[in-house]
Design a protein around this ligand. Structure first.
Ligand code: NAP
Length: 301
């Protein structure tokens, strides 16, 4: 039976370390701060934002909650982003996606100061990621890399197959795994909705990462025995027996894969908690850079 990759536990350990570093930074007069911007009231986004704010508070960080109505104009949102760019208490800015249809996401993300880009979605940071340079990396792909490393799965020389090519998950993840260095050096295949014979590709995977947003897409015959399976998908399946009226399901047939895979991440409790831990990591990274700049100003070196 597959070992279950406990994202909650791995993320909890990371968050404890981050809390310690945050306390140390506070002694130097710097409290990491994240602006969390939410437009509209999409229930999934509201619940993600509150989970992130709770995690920030637990880590001892400062969060600035900024909400705009669904009807907000793009220029209002840009103005808010620019206020946060200029606010010295704010180390990181998170614009919760998706934005309402009448707002151009890419135009808004372009206005986030790249040095405050805690989500790692600015083209400057994505470009640096592609070049193999240090940057703010998108939280979900980065969290998957950490999860593999913490579970003792070495990507080096392995064939990783990713199902999904979004700019927020599939593509940055492919680049992170393709880069040189610790936790990377993999051979990567990226599949999408136009891939001919998806199962042919997924069966080649030593590490299979499903990020398609299609409940139960990956079934047992699509997985090589002994593969490591990471399930990124979060699909809300209507279920009247649940208090919220739905249950969460990943992109894999989790139960069916238990006898096939060597390791598998569950949904919920897998990649989701890792994403939040990496958001804290990126906020701390930005705050450390601020502390460094302030130190240089004081000492003149
Ligand atoms: P997205 O932007 O909708 O992208 C989905 C990708 O999957 C696209 O590239 C699409 O192909 C591909 N795809 C869809 N159906 C497919 C199929 N039948 N066969 C092969 N490829 C298929 O979604 P996303 O933002 O990347 O998110 C993916 C999933 O991860 C969602 O369920 C989302 O909720 C979840 N997610 C979870 C976290 C977390 O923290 N746990 C974070 C982010 C996202 P095309 O490009 O050809 O359309």
């Amino acid at each position: 039976m597959a070992e279950i990759l406990d994202g909650k536990k791995i993320a909890g350990d990371m968050r404890a370390l981050i809390r310690g570093e945050t306390q140390a930074l506070a002694l130097r007069g710097v409290r990491p701060g994240l602006a969390v911007i939410l437009v509209g009231e999409d229930p999934a986004s509201v619940s993600y934002v509150s989970a992130k704010e709770k995690a920030l508070a637990e880590a001892g960080m400062f969060s600035l909650d900024r909400r705009l109505p669904e009807s907000a104009r793009e220029d209002e949102l840009v103005r808010l982003v620019e206020e946060c760019n200029a606010d010295p208490r704010i180390d990181g800015i998170l614009v919760q996606l998706p934005l309402p249809k009448h707002i151009d996401e890419q135009r808004v993300l372009l206005r986030v100061d790249p040095s405050k880009d805690a989500d790692g979605f600015h083209p400057f940071n994505l470009g640096k990621l592609m070049l193999g340079q240090d940057a703010f990396y998108p939280c979900t792909p980065y969290g998957i890399l950490k999860m593999l490393a913490c579970a003792g799965v070495r990507a080096r020389g392995k064939h990783v197959v990713i199902v999904g090519r979004s700019a927020t998950v599939g593509k940055p993840l492919a680049n992170l795994l393709l880069n040189r260095g610790e936790g990377a050096d993999a051979t990567v295949t990226v599949c999408h909705s136009a891939t001919a014979d998806l199962a042919f590709h997924t069966r080649q995977a030593d590490i299979l990462i499903a990020a398609a947003g299609r409940a139960g897409l990956i079934t047992p015959p699509m997985v090589k025995p002994g593969a490591v399976v990471i399930d990124v998908g979060v699909n809300r399946i209507p279920d009247v027996s649940k208090k919220k009226g739905f249950r969460l399901q990943g992109d894999t047939d989790f139960e069916g894969l238990l006898p096939v895979a060597a390791k598998i991440s569950p949904v919920p409790g897998g990649v989701g908690p890792m994403t939040i831990a990496m958001l804290l990591h990126n906020t701390l990274k930005a705050a450390k850079a601020r502390a460094e700049r302030e130190n240089q100003k004081e000492t003149g070196v």
